[in-house]
Ligand binder design. Structure first.
Ligand SMILES: [Zn+2]
Length: 290
């Protein structure tokens, strides 16, 4: 286990315990989430070493998202993915010019595939070899190893996307710094992450599925996103809701809690109804250089 001694956002060195949560999907082990005494940022601490984290991703349901059609949650997931893919492509299309799009954490390549089919010049980077191979052999997508990130040229991409990826990144500041340099001066960085300030996060507490311990290293609020990217001279232009995440997260949270699906549906709905700007279950942040 690695103990984090400085806050990834403000570098302060004193934290308090926020909650002890369980890894419900793989190991059933418990992990701590701490909050920084100075800036209030919440992060998992300690975390498994980078070499050991792979084992915590090996949940059957995680793998089956890409292919299996079994189980109610997976069925819904696949339908929603189809719809949200279209929304994502519509969003990025308006910002993508000839220098194209870079998707970090491309997974099995569904998003890159959807971009390519709309004529967008798109490159994906993904650390997991199995996921990369799935994308390349199933839809011949342009997805390469994540280490390619460090050889991409500065000021070379119109749009960089990170769909539920930032919360998994080990070298947060190093990678954000690099990503900011790759982005063109008039480019857009699009980051989607779960929101700790959401209604579903508050009602599920330690059972909130989007804590996803230990693979979610950080648990962002909108002000954390603002503070992190401010260090690299980026500002938030717009925050968009991801309306389906509250349902999906509530379903998983109810499962962990031993609750029921009807309540999950109700809480997912309430989360969206109660959400004001900045308090949706998961949000898309559109950022640009100052
Ligand atoms: Zn801090």
């Amino acid at each position: 286990m690695n103990t984090i001694s400085n806050c990834p956002i403000c570098d302060h060195d004193a934290f308090k315990l926020f909650l002890k949560g369980k890894d419900y999907s793989v190991s059933q082990e418990f992990f701590n989430i701490v909050s920084c005494n100075k800036c209030g940022f919440h992060f998992t601490n300690p975390i498994p070493s980078e070499a050991k984290i792979g084992a915590y991703y090996k949940s059957e349901s995680y793998v089956s998202h890409s292919s299996s059609n079994k189980g109610l949650i997976n069925k819904i997931y696949l339908q929603v993915r189809k719809y949200t893919l279209k929304k994502k492509v519509d969003l990025v299309k308006q910002f993508t010019k000839s220098d194209g799009l870079l998707d970090i954490g491309a997974g099995t390549g569904h998003f890159i595939n959807a971009c390519q089919s709309k004529g967008i010049n798109a490159l994906g980077l993904e650390p997991d070899e199995d996921a990369r191979n799935y994308g390349v052999s199933n839809f011949n997508v342009n997805v390469k190893d994540i280490n390619e990130l460090h050889v991409l040229k500065d000021n070379s991409r119109d749009v960089i996307t990170m769909w539920h990826v930032l919360e998994h990144v080990y070298h947060l500041n190093r990678d954000v710094e690099k990503i900011t340099r790759i982005l063109k001066d008039d480019g857009k960085l699009i980051v989607a992450v779960p929101n700790m300030n959401s209604y579903d996060a508050k009602i599920y507490g330690e059972f909130w599925a989007a804590f996803d311990l230990p693979i979610h290293l950080y648990h962002f609020t909108p002000s954390d996103i603002e503070a992190l990217f401010d260090k690299y001279n980026l500002k938030i232009d717009e925050i968009l809701p991801m309306n389906f995440d509250s349902f999906y997260v509530s379903m998983l949270s109810e499962k962990y809690k031993g609750g029921n699906l009807m309540r999950a549906f109700w809480n997912g709905l309430l989360s969206n109804i109660k959400a004001k700007k900045g308090t949706y279950s998961s949000q898309i942040y559109i950022l640009s250089k100052k």
